[in-house]
Write a protein that binds this ligand. Sequence first.
Ligand code: FAD
Length: 596
Amino acid sequence: MTYSVTKRKFDVVIVGAGGSGMRASLQLARAGLNVAVLSKVFPTRSHTVAAQGGIGASLGNMNEDNWHYHFYDTVKGGDWLGDQDAIEFMCREAPNVVYDLEHMGMPFDRNADGTIYQRPFGGHTANYGEKAVERACAAADRTGHAMLHTLYQQNVKAKTSFFVEWMALDLIRDADGDVIGVTALEMETGDVHILQAKTTLLATGGAGRIFAASTNAYINTGDGLGMAARAGIPLQDMEFWQFHPTGVAGAGVLLTEGCRGEGAILINGNGERFMERYAPTLKDLAPRDFVSRSMDQEIKEGRGCGPNKDYLLLKLDHLGAETIMKRLPSVLEIGHNFANVDITKEPIPVVPTIHYQMGGIPTNIHGQVVTQNAENKSEVVNGLYAVGECSCVSVHGANRLGTNSLLDLLVFGRAAGNHIVEFNKQSKAHKPLPADAADLPLARLARLDGASSGEYAQDVANALRASMQHHAGVFRTQAILDEGVVQIAEMRKRVEAINLKDKSKVFNTARIEALEVENLIEVAQATIISAAARHESRGAHSVAEYGDTPENPLGRNDTEWLRHTLWHKEGNRLSYKPVQMKPLTVDSIALKTRTF
Ligand SMILES: Cc1cc2nc3c(=O)[nH]c(=O)nc-3n(C[C@H](O)[C@H](O)[C@H](O)COP(=O)(O)OP(=O)(O)OC[C@H]3O[C@@H](n4cnc5c(N)ncnc54)[C@H](O)[C@@H]3O)c2cc1C
């Protein structure tokens, strides 16, 4: 098959029309820049639309709160791996970006006095861990839906150009290492395009689809991470994957932590509210890694529910039908549709389910992508930015607090937008395109089109997902991780030999899926290699061998492992970089414990 490659020029190309991409594009379009936003799906179908619970900001509308508490909770919730300069920036900016949204017309729920309604959420406390606090700004349990539609409408008004059902394939880097655009496949025609830009921003969202049981949309295949890895940019902290405690058992669909924020509780097979034992202060509202591990423990020790004792129950009926219908209408629908349960009357079966990647493409607080040079020194990649779940700034450390992702999208989407506007004022001309600008994606497509034998993409993807589910789960062991490293290396050979049965051009979803699997494998390998090398338990990375001693019940090893991992595709190797540790230091009392 031959592809005619057309060329277009923009000031800025953004890959991804979720909350982060559209918050950035809004800033750029409002400043009068010529901005193109690419998306595999219609913008308002991006995964941000599925976010339920809320946006974290210390507005203090319902209880005393301030950004210092939010900062402390985020550092502690992230098990001290978050960069504190970035966390401070995010928590201080939080009220501003929420009020911005309010002024754009976001339909938040309201208190009687007209202020934005806020609910408690896991790990968010007042007065440094004393008690749970109402910090999650919510629009019922459809906060992401309301936010994404608000941002889309504002972008339409600001005249952002959207390229819908366009799949970005690869970054274009010139001989200086600068990024000067992307190549993309237009799904409707099957044609390949070069989109040249002074600045390129990746906002491709998460890659939760590397696991078999996931709360993530099917499009969450980590394309931005694959593109970065193939362009020689390392991926940071990929061993840290968050399991959400309440995915519907068997279905994977999420029941927001907002349920527990509104007062729902988890119970085991004996009818006991077991979180009281694990987290005496925050109970069911402890951070997600903590609750997920406690649930796993209950199941392992035979206190699960059902004939196989392999799930737990989330009980909501005591909240009353009126509160449920007002505050949690989607959860009510999900109960009916995915578990055949009326949550106003009976509890619903839940298990910890993969939800969020803490790692991603390394950036600074302006959203600029940073790589490491040969001397392991951090260096900005000119022309390339990343924001949202595909990036790692890193505010979530080893475990994200609920509501901090929507916040991250808004704060860093806007910050990156502002920084790019400044850059565009200085840089007038586009850099010239190298002759080989489209060679890499054309070679990838040619291989797929030329294959006449081999497995189909969906079979390889399913095998990869099953392997990751087994080898990189809630509780890991060194042996299982090491076995995973070998299996995923084998899996890469299978990905490289994928066969495409249908080779037609127009809207060929099989070709799209095959291209996505080439991104999944980069994310999976980054994850398993990084995880097998981290010989400690921290946040969501919990390894049986490194924990549970009386001196160190959590298994964290700050002397050796208080550092960020970087996985480099070239050579399949790792390097490390320090965590930004001020103002809370290793010597602070709080660092030594992580009780809730
Ligand atoms: C069910 C669920 C509930 C959640 N609830 C909350 C919550 O209440 N609060 C909270 O803070 N967080 C929540 N999260 C997390 C949060 O919603 C996500 O982390 C966040 O929305 C990701 O936004 P994003 O802008 O990074 O990417 P996304 O919204 O995932 O958008 C990614 C975009 O990239 C595009 N894209 C991807 N690859 C390509 C490509 N190759 N070419 C072109 N376009 C591409 C997609 O089409 C899409 O437009 C939830 C997550 C889930 C799954």
